[in-house]
Design a protein around this ligand. Structure first.
Ligand code: ADP
Ligand code: MG
Length: 460
């Protein structure tokens, strides 16, 4: 019985260290707002890069023609083509294909990765049928969604600052990723011009605004996490160039790199960070996003196995393997409503090699998932509140304010999503939160990138 007492103590400590009462959420939100200001003030003014996207024209609905998009940013990349028909036709036709990226290419050489992508795109272009029309003599144009931190130098060029989310490809950092892609397209013999380089958050924002004019910001909660929003150009102190006619500029916050002494962290988080591919970086992302939630849970379970023999006298060897417990599996266990928690039992068997887990152990596993998921969801809500504060949209009687959301974590992890939405309500208050809407922007980034390719076409 000592072991249950020990397990209880480990759990209690976890719960305390991960706690996010309203006050804490507000402190994190305020810290986010403050860092946003600092990041707009000067280069390197904040850990928030607040990157200028060079998108100062958002889609209007008038876009017409055939456009391609390529979305690279997670374990899969997607290619997409759309036929846009202006205000009446909207998206007349669209086709999409998803290709998974072999693990070795994620940590290999730059040319190998871009050749792989270009060759998949070549196959996709070859399958274009009569539903899509390219006027005679025109070149195909592509919007490139690239969801890693890039220092943009124009709408169609930008250098990679660093890889994140498990990518660590040799020879790309410091290079223009459009140049890398363009050369790979040429090696494949594809006649196509990259007319817009956008972050997935920026693409999602563009796609969101195309659908709903009241969209002010886009959030990604998938493998990684990030946010983009529409800023007044004159509020961007670090901007050297001429003010755009629209008076607006989309800012890619790269909020995954946010950190603050207010963030509730644990030894599990510190160890995860220290052993990660990017120690010291993307601290907020490591508390929130799909790539890491399951891994945090694994680390807690490992400690419970070692210190409280939660799964028997021997520590299950699979539990020692980093990233074996992925967030979709965590989510499936967390949502188990069966009386004997049989989904938890089955997942532990299948993914961790733990058979015959006791009911008590299964209940503890669910509790760990709950603590880790809700901390992540509430901290994500804090970030959104930080943006709303920056925009002055956190008060009652505000105009309708829409957040475009994308990402598998938010879409599929119901408890995470509901906790995030409940936190917005709890912290903003009933009245202010009534005018704030979170909408799912399904594949907004793909459509958005093609829309931005259209609005920045070489033929305009
Ligand atoms: P990406 O972020 O790689 O562009 P997605 O937006 O599709 O791709 O998000 C995929 C991520 O969402 C996965 O890495 C995983 O962490 C998370 N995810 C997917 N399905 C689920 C699920 N059922 N439950 C919880 N998380 C999920
Ligand atoms: Mg994505």
């Amino acid at each position: 019985n000592g072991r249950w007492a020990r397990a209880g103590a480990v759990l209690k400590e976890l719960e305390e260290q991960c706690a996010t009462p309203v006050e804490k959420v507000k402190e994190v939100a305020d810290a986010m707002t403050k860092e946003m200001h600092a990041g707009l003030e000067s280069e390197d003014g904040s850990m928030l890069k607040m990157l200028i996207s060079f998108v100062d024209r958002l889609p209007t609905g008038d876009e017409r023609g055939l456009f391609y998009a390529l979305d690279l940013g997670g374990t899969n990349f997607r290619v997409l083509r759309v036929q846009l028909g202006g205000k009446e036709g909207r998206v007349v036709n669209q086709q999409c294909e998803e290709v998974s990226i072999p693990q070795d290419l994620m940590v290999g050489g730059s040319d190998e990765l871009f050749d792989f992508i270009a060759s998949a795109l070549a196959n996709f272009v070859a399958s274009e049928d009569e539903d899509f029309h390219l006027p005679n003599g025109k070149q195909r144009e592509l919007g490139f969604t690239f969801s890693f931190p890039v220092k943009q130098t124009s709408i169609a060029s930008g250098t990679l600052i660093k890889w994140t989310k498990g990518f660590n490809v040799n020879g790309t950092v410091g290079k223009d990723v459009v140049g890398e892609l363009t050369r790979a397209l040429q090696r494949q013999g594809i006649d196509m011009q990259v007319t817009a380089l956008v972050n997935d958050t920026v693409g999602t924002l563009a796609g969101g605004i195309y659908d709903d004019n009241d969209v002010v910001a886009a959030i990604i909660l998938g493998t990684g996490t990030n946010a983009a929003y529409v800023e007044r150009a004159d509020a961007i102190k670090k901007w050297q160039g001429p003010l755009p006619n629209s008076g607006e500029m989309v800012i890619n916050m790269e909020w995954g790199n946010f950190r603050s002494s207010y963030l509730p962290t644990t030894d599990y988080d510190h160890a995860l960070d220290a052993e990660s591919l990017n120690p010291g970086q993307q601290i907020y992302e490591k508390l929130i996003s799909g790539m890491y939630l399951g891994e945090i849970v694994r680390r807690v379970l490992l400690r419970l196995a070692v210190e409280a023999a939660l799964f028997g006298d021997n520590v299950p060897p699979q539990l020692e393997v980093p990233f074996v417990l992925q967030t979709p599996v965590m989510s499936a266990m967390h949502h188990d409503t069966s009386a004997d928690l049989k989904v938890v039992g089955a997942k532990m068997q299948d993914f961790l090699g733990i058979s015959n887990s006791s009911f008590k152990a299964r209940k503890l596993v669910v509790q760990v998932c709950d603590i880790v998921a809700k901390r992540g969801a509430r901290l994500a809500a804090a970030g959104i509140i930080g943006i709303l504060k920056k925009l002055g949209c956190d008060r009652p009687n505000m105009k309708r304010t829409v957040i475009a959301m994308d990402g598998g974590l938010y879409e599929h992890y119901t408890i995470f999503r509901e906790s995030l939405l409940a936190t917005l309500k709890e912290v903003l208050g009933e009245e202010a939160s009534a005018s704030v809407l979170v909408i799912m922007a399904n594949d907004g980034s793909g459509i958005g990138a093609s829309l931005l390719a259209a609005s920045h076409s070489q033929y305009l």
